[in-house]
Each structure stands twice: as structure tokens, then as C-alpha cells.
Ligand binder design. Sequence first.
Ligand SMILES: Cc1cc2nc3c(=O)[nH]c(=O)nc-3n(C[C@H](O)[C@H](O)[C@H](O)COP(=O)(O)O)c2cc1C
Length: 198
Amino acid sequence: MEKNKHKLVIIVGSVRDGRFGPVVASWVAEQAGMHGGFEVDVVDLAGIDIPLELPAASPKSAGDDYPRPAGMAALTSALQDADAFIVVTPEYNHSYPASLKAAIDWHFTQWTAKPVGFVSYGGAAGGRHAVLHLENVLTELHAVTIRDGLAFPNYFTAWQDGQPLDPQAPGYTKTMLDQLAWWAVALRAARDAAPYPA
Ligand SMILES: Cc1cc2nc3c(=O)[nH]c(=O)nc-3n(C[C@H](O)[C@H](O)[C@H](O)COP(=O)(O)O)c2cc1C
């Protein structure tokens, strides 16, 4: 691990059979690696035990004692250690997948005072409805959502061989990564200086 780099966790939000999400996430991870400002980790929600039945208490107050399944431990520690996130999400029925909502709801403090960027894909709207909902939800968890992100409308014609065809996509990604890096540095320093008053 490189000491001075902030940790960026890229979350693959869809877990559907035959999903496209990993193609997008892997390209974003490559761009983030080239950016140079982060230590990059891709967390794929597929294969992680994320039950829909939550414990009685809220994760907000339970802290480290929250009774999560053993099969969720790697996800929890990746979220805990992250300084920044990129959520890669498709659009399902004008929102984001239930897998992503479940992963979000099992955690609370792991999101607090950390920046989140979005890369979405879908039909005509490019997953923007999903991102609008995610912005709303993550604000409730005291995360800081980043304005600039990427949306890929009609992703089925917009990608070839694991790459987006839009020549502007790497530039948009760099802008998002620059903003994420700025917030990651600022918020890490702030979290280290004083507990967030949530
Ligand atoms: C349950 C479901 C609902 C969907 N609803 C929408 C939608 O509202 N808007 C849209 O643009 N695409 C929608 N789609 C199409 C998805 O954008 C497309 O299937 C995409 O590949 C899903 O991402 P994934 O392959 O990573 O699961 C939907 C797909 C599914 C499976």
C-alpha cells in the first residue's frame, strides 16, 4: 500500500446474472489507477452475503457491535477504510438496484463525511434516475456527493471491447476523480482532526 494515497473504493452495484456492471467498473478502476491520486479497490456486491432482513437496532448507533453476517465482513471493512467511493450503478425501474440499497442500509458510519462519485449506465436516461436517488439516500448518511460524474445512455451501443466509445469519457472521469481527490484529502483531515458531529 502506498502511504500517501487515499483509498478509493469502487462499488459494483448490480448483482444480476449476465450484468454489465463489472465492465464499467473495471474501466473506471483503470482510469482511477492512471489518475494516480488513489489506492484503488473494486468491491463487487455479487457474492457478498447481504440479507434484506436487518437487525432490530439501527447501524447508526451500534458502531462496531452491529451484528452483521460473517460473509459481509470484507465489505464492511472496505467501506470503513475507504476515503472516497465511486458507485457504479445501472438503472432499474427508474432507481438503483436493491443490492445497492441493502449494502447501504447495513452500514452508516462507514459512509459518514466521505465523498461519493457516480458512474451510471442504462437506457435513454443513462442511469441518471438511479443517481438522483442515490444522492438523496447518501446525503442522509452524511456522505458528500460529487456533482460531476459519468452517465452512459444506451450503454449497449456506447461501449465496445470494454471501453466507452465517447472520446470525452476519460476527461469526464478525470474531472470526477480530481473532485473526489480534493474532497478525500479535505474530509480525511477533518475526520482526523475531530469527530464528525453526526
Ligand atoms: C429490473 C430491471 C429494470 C430496469 N429498468 C430500467 C429503467 O428504468 N431505465 C433504464 O434505463 N434501464 C432499465 N433497465 C435496463 C438496464 O439498464 C440494463 O438491463 C442494464 O444492463 C442493467 O445493468 P446490469 O447489467 O449491470 O444489471 C432495467 C433492467 C432491469 C433488470
